[in-house]
Design a protein. Structure first.
Length: 102
């Protein structure tokens, strides 16, 4: 059986991994491998009964806001708008500072 100390340790490990993942992504690095690793780690925690799927989703959402300053949906909307602008008006896209396009 998983005790409270082990649960806290697992959640701390999830938090560290997610913050590292989001920080690397924010800095423009490719994070596909890290993303899949964190997903697998959290899925294992669900299977072992350490966390629920809802707890995992809440942790992901909270840490995303902490690192990016916006929700996952807000960030996705901005990315879609930037990609549409890149396709329709590449010059206008390039005029946006690169730091703001991340």
């Amino acid at each position: 059986m998983i005790d409270e100390k082990q649960k806290v340790r697992f959640l701390d490990a999830c938090t560290e991994q997610l913050i590292a993942l989001y920080t690397a992504s924010k800095n423009g690095k490719k994070v596909d491998a890290e993303k899949y690793r964190v997903q697998g780690f959290m899925h294992a925690g669900e299977l072992l009964g350490i966390i629920t799927n809802e707890q995992g989703k809440a942790l992901i959402a909270d840490l995303h806001v902490q690192v990016f300053g916006e929700t996952i949906d807000e960030r996705a909307t901005i990315k879609r708008k930037l990609n549409a602008l890149k396709e329709s008006d590449p010059d206008a896209y390039i005029e946006i500072p690169a730091i703001e396009r991340r």
